[in-house]
Design a protein around this ligand. Structure first.
Ligand code: AMP
Ligand code: MG
Length: 337
């Protein structure tokens, strides 16, 4: 674990930031916490550096990476087309967990997988902010997990997946939301959510005063290429329990580990992983990805997870659960889909 360094998330040590920024400038990779999950960053303008991200994660070449910026001036150096009311909206929500797909500026921005668009975000976490500022570069950063695995909320989970393949892991404690940013595109006066995330559909509607649509996951030519891959998944089989009754039955038999709300866990007379109260979906979101890793380390051969209301961050929670189950549902005792 010699590549992990502790750093204060509220007032990051300058020396540590300088060391990390130097690695970024020289074409290396640094993992760091953000307000969503841990990211694996490299200089977005350096082809070779970005290639390292793909190879370290085992990420498909056609899956572009979000570019992180610190201010609107830097945004304009990589992307164009953020104007009028939409720009005013972003002046309100940024920094924050909202990513927007824009037209790419004609500069050598590499991690866009040959698309003429670029996904950008201004993170609301002091560590990436300081890193972008100190390195003077826009930073390309996907989640710092091995491709397909649950996104990391803790530095130890980054190490678990990537080990010493990444030059430096900045351990600034847990990421704040525990789910990734919301990815949107503005088109024909509407907002299309390409990936639900920490920024809610309700807030989008309220701030931009536009109709909000949610893109289907299964289209043949997804605008957001990352959506087509099975994702966020534990190695063990995970089922979505459709009713409380089937969940109770399955867990009683003793070979499935329950993952879900404190309310349901109370009714189950076996071991379980409590995500939080159904009344606090932010708590549930924070514990979701780590629970998948706990399932893999447990003595159980499979997990059964319950659904949550698709309200606020609940939309992202359900999106991740469905992706993690690969569509497996527990209908009743006999039938597993
Ligand atoms: P990750 O970096 O792992 O958090 O995933 C980033 C998400 O943003 C993936 O679903 C990508 O497909 C999506 N994305 C990144 N760049 C673009 C882009 N230019 N157009 C559409 N989606 C994008
Ligand atoms: Mg990811």
């Amino acid at each position: 674990m010699e590549n992990i360094r502790r750093i204060d998330p509220i007032s990051p040590d300058r020396e540590r930031i300088r060391e990390a920024a130097e690695i970024i400038r020289r074409g290396g990779t640094v993992a760091f916490p953000t307000e969503t999950v841990y990211g694996l960053g490299a200089n977005a303008l350096d082809d070779e550096a970005c290639k390292k991200i793909f190879s370290i994660k085992g990420r498909q070449q056609d899956n572009p990476i979000i570019v992180h910026i610190n201010d609107f001036e830097q945004l304009e150096s990589v992307a164009q087309g953020l104007r009028g009311k939409i720009r005013e909206g972003f002046e309100r929500v940024w920094p924050g967990p909202l990513t927007v797909v824009l037209e790419k500026k004609n500069v050598g921005i590499v991690p866009t997988a040959g698309l003429d668009t670029i996904a950008v975000r201004m993170p609301a976490h002091r560590i990436p902010q300081e890193l972008i500022r100190e390195s003077g570069r826009p930073i390309a950063a996907p989640s710092a997990n091995k491709s397909g695995r649950p996104s990391p909320v803790f530095a130890s989970e980054v190490f678990e997946d990537l080990g010493t393949k990444v030059s430096l892991i900045l351990d600034g404690g847990p990421a704040y939301f525990g789910v990734e940013s919301t990815v949107v595109i503005f088109k024909d006066g509407e907002i299309m959510i390409l990936r639900p995330g920490a920024f809610s559909a309700e807030d989008l509607k309220e701030i931009f005063k536009m109709k909000v649509k949610i893109s289907g996951v299964s289209s043949d030519t997804p605008i957001s290429p990352g959506m087509k891959y099975r994702h966020y998944a534990p190695e063990k089989e995970l089922y979505l329990g459709i009713s409380e009754e089937t969940i109770l039955e399955e867990c009683k038999r003793g070979d499935a580990l329950f993952i879900g709300s404190a309310e349901t866990a109370k009714k189950i007379n076996s071991e379980s992983i409590v995500l939080g109260s159904r009344k606090d979906l932010y708590e549930v979101a924070k514990n979701l990805f780590p629970s998948f890793r706990k399932l893999d380390k447990s003595r159980y051969s499979r997990g059964v997870i319950e659904g949550f209301e698709e309200k606020g961050i609940g939309l992202a929670i359900m999106n991740r659960i469905i992706k993690a189950t690969g569509g497996r549902k527990l209908q009743n005792n006999e039938k597993r889909e």
